[in-house]
Design a protein around this ligand. Structure first.
Ligand code: HEC
Length: 179
């Protein structure tokens, strides 16, 4: 044994002192450095991107609404139409505004409204507004009709496009069948 009678006291003191240093060191580190958990890895590798980054961006192509539009909620569609009424009227014989009157648009000819000056993008496209076309147009107007004058971001949710189409379908002299 060591002859110093205070040896054990010194050892204990040294251990406590070392512990104190370690603790204050830890506090100091916490004070100056705030580690933040990353929500997702900074580097998404290959096809294994985490689910979060996949859902953050809307899909590039619209999900079809063929199976859901006919039973979609008309009243919900009418509410969504408030996003359109700055530029469109929906009633028969309603005025053209920034955009054309939309009476009879579902199943109707493209660019059919008299007295509205359509972009060549829509005029030259021809054909009729099928549900599938409206689904694509309302998803991202400028993706469906490059050069269209319609400045609307689009509805990312298929349910919303379905409700919108369902609402507009009734506003016509000859509504297309609900199927
Ligand atoms: C900021 C104004 C604006 C808003 C908001 C807007 N539109 Fe349009 N829309 C236009 C313009 C302008 C055109 C004509 C586009 C062209 O000629 O390229 C158009 C064209 C259309 C057409 C084609 C009509 C046809 O006769 O071929 C449809 C369908 C349509 N809009 C639906 C909608 C719906 C539904 C909404 C709301 C969800 C909406 N738009 C919101 C401006 C707007």
């Amino acid at each position: 044994m060591n002859s110093d009678p205070l040896f054990m006291n010194k050892v204990i003191g040294a251990v406590l002192f070392a512990g104190l240093i370690a603790m204050t060191g830890g506090f100091a580190a916490d004070m100056f450095y705030h580690p933040q958990e990353l929500e997702s890895p900074v580097y998404a590798i290959g096809g294994n991107a985490p689910a979060e980054t996949q859902t953050a961006e809307a899909p590039a192509e619209p999900e079809p609404i063929a199976g859901i539009w006919a039973s979609a909620d008309v009243a919900a569609g009418e509410k969504l139409a408030k996003k359109c009424t700055a530029c469109h009227s929906f009633d028969k014989g309603g005025p053209n505004k920034v955009g054309p009157n939309l009476w009879g648009v579902v199943g109707g000819a493209r660019a059919q409204t008299d007295g509205f000056s359509y972009s060549s993008a829509l005029r030259e496209m021809g054909g009729t507004w099928s549900v599938a076309d409206l689904n694509a147009f309302l998803f991202k107007p400028k993706q469906f009709a490059l050069g269209t004058k319609m400045n609307f971001v689009g509805f990312k949710k298929p349910e919303e496009r379905a409700e919108m189409v369902r609402y507009m379908r009734d506003l016509s002299d000859s509504p297309i069948p609900l199927e």
